[in-house]
Design a protein around this ligand. Sequence first.
Ligand code: M6R
Length: 606
Amino acid sequence: MCGIVGYIGDKQATPILLKGLRRLEYRGYDSAGIAIMQPDGIFRERSVGKIEKLVGKLQGQTPEGTVGIAHTRWATHGGVTEANAHPHTAADGDLVLAHNGIIENYRELKKELGDVKYKSETDSEVLAHLIASFYEGDLRKAVMKALARVRGTYGLVVMHRKEPEKIIAARLGSPLVIGIGDHEHYIASDPTPMLAYTKRVTFLDDGEVAEVTKDNVQTFNLKDKAITKHIEEIEWNDEQAQKQGFAHFMLKEIFDQPTVFEDAIRGRVEAEEGTAHLGGINLTEKEMRNIKRVMLIACGTASYAAMVGKYAFERLAELPCEVDVASEFRYRDPILDEQTLVFVISQSGETADTLAALREAKRKGAKVRGIINVIGSTIAREAHGGTYIHAGPELAVASTKAYTNMVAILLLYALQFGRLRRVTVATGQRIVNALLAIPEKMQTILKQNDAIEAIADTYTRYQDMLFLGRGVNFPVALEGSLKLKEIAYVHSEAYPGGEMKHGPIALLSEDFPVVAIVTKNQLYDKMRSNIEEIRARKAKTFLIATEGDADIAELANDIIYVPNTMELLEPLLNTIPLQLFAYHMAVKLGKDVDRPRNLAKSVTVE
Ligand code: M6R
């Protein structure tokens, strides 16, 4: 995936576009580029690497102009080179285009276009030439004719020198938001680049093309029929999208957790009734009682949140619950019916595999709800209902606060179903009270940041690690291991404690440390025995244990204590020390914490 920004108005476009690109850098950071409409033609600059490289290339100059587009790339077709960086040009530089997505039939189109001199290896440049080939003085019409020939996905912004006061934007499968200001408009892949200027936005839907001028936005479908769009207010604010004094977005987002957790549960729990009310379920009580099975579908970190959700649905609501990785879901002939409730879980709401799973589940007749962070995202809009997790903008590639809030919402849904089935008022009240106490307990863990940093310092020499947990803490182990891999590039595996002796124990040695979650719950004694087995193999241990458990310290080389809570809620706390551990490991190993190599924040290609 890539990030697109566009601006048209009275202000200088360059600073707005560069600032916008920085906000979108999480979407891709292989190369970046900018194009500004100027009286004598279109200025363009591109660079391999992050936005700052592009800024360096501009050498302190601000190309003048009040209309422009920009792009930050995550390479799909064509290597990471300046020639492949967007915006691409056609018609001798008169037309510029920035594209997010994949033009699947670009080879075919290339053949049809015949004798064109391509300057890049990208599918996007072919699209630029295709649009140019249809141009007869009306850019929107040319874009629409070209898009009628395209197979694939696109989020697209296009400018033409002969129509200097216009940007054409189009969307199919790659998000685009238009921000509405005072005699100005912003266009971007998500709302974060425009938060400083406007909260009023309209989301383009698939198959829509917008003609954007400084005073007007006209939207059409691909059959050239005008469409009336709704304007929505974005709740996020610009401050949330800044580092606020933290060294990295990831650290800031880890520290955001107590606050955004409160945002997630506020107004959604009822202490007296011991229940939760999530309107997004969109089902009557009768329909809820009729649900026979729950499926949770997600990728990466969101799938580990889903695994926690499975424990909650089964324990509280006695509902059979399956967790599927979205990329596998539709290839395994899943059995679904109208008594199956499917939740698709995604921070970005744009993950291609999760979106495809959602569509497949809908096609098979299931009721599909979203648990999503990004407001107005594709999955949020295509689901039959659902709930925003209210984590605010998450800009580090490694997901942290979104995970916590996904777990929170899944717990609330499980409680809501549970109260209709088997959970008593008293138990419901205990759960709600335990949830309300979580933010303060998170603070207690965050206060141990320095201690966790000191521990991380003693693990940087290891190439491999094992993460162990049991029950609800197995997904926590998986999440801790994923964080370490993706930002510190340290190989690690995660296993349920009981599985260790069925294979991975062979790996253990003085050079293969183990991070284990051994908090006081029903599996404590079992987990403790697993740690004894580790110690017998001389592997170093870093334990996450419950406050007051002095005994366990004898089995630990390093230990972090977390406050006690109900077992089902433990992942909300136990994950935090592992997030901080991975963060400090990455910093100490000199890695780019917020922009780890090869990754992008949301994966909009299959
Ligand atoms: O936006 P999504 O929640 O759908 O993204 C899913 C995964 O791509 C994401 O969680 C990924 O695993 C993160 N890099 C984890 O930190």
